[in-house]
Design a protein around this ligand. Structure first.
Ligand SMILES: *Cc1c(COP(=O)(O)O)cnc(C)c1O
Length: 476
């Protein structure tokens, strides 16, 4: 028997605190309430010489962080683009830690290596990507970009007779990155990490629908003729969830010899639903893709995926040989595809999420989030004093609030829009994060959580209505 297991007391306390948190999200304020000072006072204690029993450490952690944990695991957290964690994914993530395998090699992590290979295959199938694309399981979309663009850098320079892995970038032809100007900051950071520099990134103006137009891209490609070029297309931009027209832009970029990379951090998941798949028509012809597991698949954090149509380029960019590793040609060695060496078996949680939901469950989750985003945005926009800015096509939309003071200016509306979001946060009923879009402050509505349902939407709309009603009272 294992009653005297050194692990049991701490793990049982962790389970109890975890359930306390997850099962009470409905009754708790969505946003963290503890102030920075409180959290610092409780947590930044001097490191003691003497240790303490493991279970007590866990109890102290729960006590010291109380009020400092956002309710992002629940159904009324609509800020940024944040997913929750499906039960199987969360539990599998715990097991991953218990197993504590080093997912660098098959020898270190036999079962996990096989799980990750299967995971890659399932993902390509769900996301509509080429069956023979290579992949990497990264910490998030940021590192998926870095991985995919490292492969792009290799391929574009190899074609020009330059071995970037051996010779670096000094003296190499300068790579340029072209994209719509609504690109996520993680692309610029990938350019920094890869030594391309942010000066290499050119954001091109998008049309009213947030899409890069063929004529705009063509002109930029023509201006870059002869240079190695990466075109980054958007599958769901961060504000309005806009999708570039892959069927049109990918062949155009290829005619100029460019590498096409797709940022589909959350938006690539629309492919899992027959209702939204059309947004991704032609996406499979790109050269690389990056997405997240911790957003729309609802896997705990530390889950991103890179896919590359040219496995040889990814391998040249990433593979690692060392005298103390035995190479096994019969299995996929994760270290040859990933930017890291030692790492957790992060594919296990994603594998568990896909098994829990199945193909139909993932499609239903995507559709539920889109329906909730639509109901939230239109429900809030219908309130007196609110304005519809972007009606969601997928899971992202924008609303704005108008200052009712006579003669109020755009900057008054901007300030009031921020105040409304803060007041909703203070009510504890929901959390929205704001953005500046086309020069205006907007409340950004993003729905990525597997739990968000009609009751959550109703509660959130009611919370906004309460804030606006208070304002009306104050004004009369
Ligand atoms: C979240 C996001 C990213 C970055 O993803 P991480 O997982 O945070 O690294 C990149 N692009 C878009 C469109 C995103 O929404």
């Amino acid at each position: 028997m294992t009653t005297d297991s050194p692990f049991r007391p701490a793990l049982e306390r962790a389970l109890s605190h975890a359930l306390d948190h997850l099962d009470h999200l409905e009754q708790q304020p969505v946003g963290a309430r503890a102030s920075l000072d409180t959290l610092r006072t409780r947590l930044s204690r001097p490191l003691s010489d003497a240790g303490m029993p493991a279970a007590q450490v866990i109890d102290a952690l729960a006590a010291d962080t109380a009020g400092g944990i956002n309710g992002s695991a629940g159904g009324r957290f609509f800020g940024w683009v944040i997913g929750g964690a499906l039960p199987a994914a969360l539990a599998a993530d715990w097991l991953t830690s218990a197993w504590d395998q080093n997912a660098a090699t098959f020898a270190c992590a036999p079962a996990v290596t096989v799980i990750e290979k299967v995971c890659g295959g399932w993902l390509k199938d769900l996301l509509g990507l080429p069956r023979d694309a290579s992949f990497a399981l990264t910490s998030g979309c940021q590192m998926a970009h870095a991985t995919a663009l490292a492969a792009a850098r290799n391929a574009l320079l190899a074609r020009r007779g330059w071995d970037v892995e051996r010779d670096g970038l000094c003296g190499a032809p300068a790579i340029r990155i072209l994209s719509g100007d609504q690109l996520h900051g993680s692309i610029a950071r990938a350019a920094r990490l890869l030594g391309l520099g942010t000066g290499a990134v050119r954001g091109l103006p998008v049309n009213a629908a947030g899409q890069l137009e063929a004529a705009t891209l063509q002109q930029a490609l023509a201006e870059s003729a002869g240079a190695p070029v990466i075109v980054v297309l958007q599958a769901g931009d961060l504000n309005i969830g806009a999708y570039d027209c892959f069927a049109q832009l990918t062949p155009l970029a290829h005619r100029y010899g460019a590498w096409v990379h797709v940022d589909g951090a959350f938006g690539l998941w629309a492919n899992a639903s027959p209702r939204y798949r059309h947004l991704l028509a032609g996406v499979a012809r790109a050269d690389s893709w990056a997405t997240d597991g911790h957003k729309w698949l609802n896997v705990p954090y530390d889950s991103g995926f890179a896919f590359i149509a040219h496995g040889d380029a990814q391998r040249r960019a990433m593979s690692y040989e060392a005298s103390y590793v035995t190479h096994n040609d019969h299995v996929r060695e994760p270290k040859d595809w990933n930017p890291e060496w030692s790492r957790r078996g992060r594919g296990v949680a994603a594998y568990a999420a896909m098994r829990e939901l199945g193909r139909d469950g993932i499609a239903a989750m995507v559709e539920r989030c889109c329906a909730a985003a639509h109901a939230l945005v239109t429900g809030i926009a219908a309130l007196p004093g609110a304005e519809l800015v972007w009606e969601p096509t997928v899971n992202q939309g924008l609303v704005r609030f108008l200052d009712r003071t006579p003669g109020a200016s755009e900057s008054d509306h901007d300030r009031w829009t921020d105040e409304v979001s803060n007041a909703v946060l203070a009510s504890g009923e929901a959390l929205f994060s704001n953005t500046t879009w086309r020069g205006k402050r907007c409340m950004r509505v993003s729905v990525c959580n597997w739990q968000t349902g009609d009751a959550d939407v109703a509660r959130a709309v009611a919370a906004v209505a309460d804030v606006l009603r208070e304002d009306e009272k104050a004004g009369t």
